[in-house]
Design a binder for this molecule. Structure first.
Ligand SMILES: [Zn+2]
Ligand SMILES: [Zn+2]
Length: 259
């Protein structure tokens, strides 16, 4: 079997990744408008009818904001934790006619040919999770929206074959920048987002020998630059910065393959 993955977009204006094993494809998060999601799927050669459903990490708009709307338009189920469902409902986003499937922060489940492992992360949402996706042979680890690494995260992401990893901000850029103090404290705090340095340390703490793809994601437009994120992850990998992939807000990244 082959595990393929690509991103439709990554960053605070909307996140969406697509993964495929065998005949099964899922979206991971849905923060772009339904129309934009459809347009970017078409660029990857896919239509909404090719999808088995949507996995959602947490209720923040850039991840879950359009999940129910897109699911309702195309008759797709949405997998998300009870806490994420509750937070969405309280924020005025009930599922309506969308079929929700409740997941928990541990224990793998199957979606067709895809094996899905949710895992818990510290982030300022109700019950956030991130995911490892597998075709049974290869493992893709996805990690964005985490304030600080944990032993559980590092154990879960060790020995992955591919990794999409948050590099949200450069510490000097955010503290020297224009954001209000409370927002700087939220983003850099233990339930906020990962800096380049934190991402470098996290990657350095993993078992990395199988990694064939490492992609920097969820970069802040104001508080980071792609070359800084690439250099940080390249230091942890001992590779050239150009080898590190980049998931952008406007384009995401093109198909990558493990086989
Ligand atoms: Zn986010
Ligand atoms: Zn978030």
């Amino acid at each position: 079997m082959t595990l393929r993955f690509a991103a439709l977009g990554s960053g605070s204006k909307g996140n969406c990744l697509v993964a495929e094993a065998g005949a099964t494809r899922v979206l991971l998060d849905c923060g772009l408008s339904p129309r934009e999601t459809e347009r970017r799927l078409a660029k990857l050669g896919l239509a909404p009818a090719d999808l088995a459903g949507i996995l959602v990490t947490h209720e923040h708009d850039d991840h879950a904001g359009q999940a129910y709307a897109f699911a309702a338009q195309h008759g797709l189920p949405v997998w998300l934790t009870w806490g994420t469902q509750a937070a969405l409902a309280e924020n005025g986003k009930p599922p309506g006619a969308v079929e929700t499937r409740t997941i928990h922060g541990r224990g793998a489940f199957a979606v067709g040919d895809l094996e899905v492992l949710p895992y818990t992360v510290p982030h300022d949402a109700r019950e956030p999770v991130q995911f490892v996706l597998s075709d049974g042979a290869f493992r893709l680890g996805v990690l964005t929206d985490i304030g600080a690494s944990t032993a559980h995260v590092e154990a879960t992401l060790s020995s992955c074959d591919a990794l999409v990893l948050e590099c949200n901000h450069d510490v000097d850029m955010i503290w020297g920048g224009e954001y209000p103090k409370w927002l700087k404290e939220r983003i850099t705090g233990p339930f906020g987002h990962l800096s380049n340095v934190q991402a470098e340390r996290l990657l350095g703490a993993l078992e990395r020998s199988k990694l064939k793809h490492v992609i920097a994601a969820h970069l802040s437009a104001q508080n980071n630059r792609p070359e800084l994120a690439r250099e940080a992850l390249a230091r942890a990998m001992g590779c050239a910065p150009g080898w590190i992939g980049m998931s952008t807000q406007e384009e995401g990244f093109a198909w990558r393959e493990l086989k």
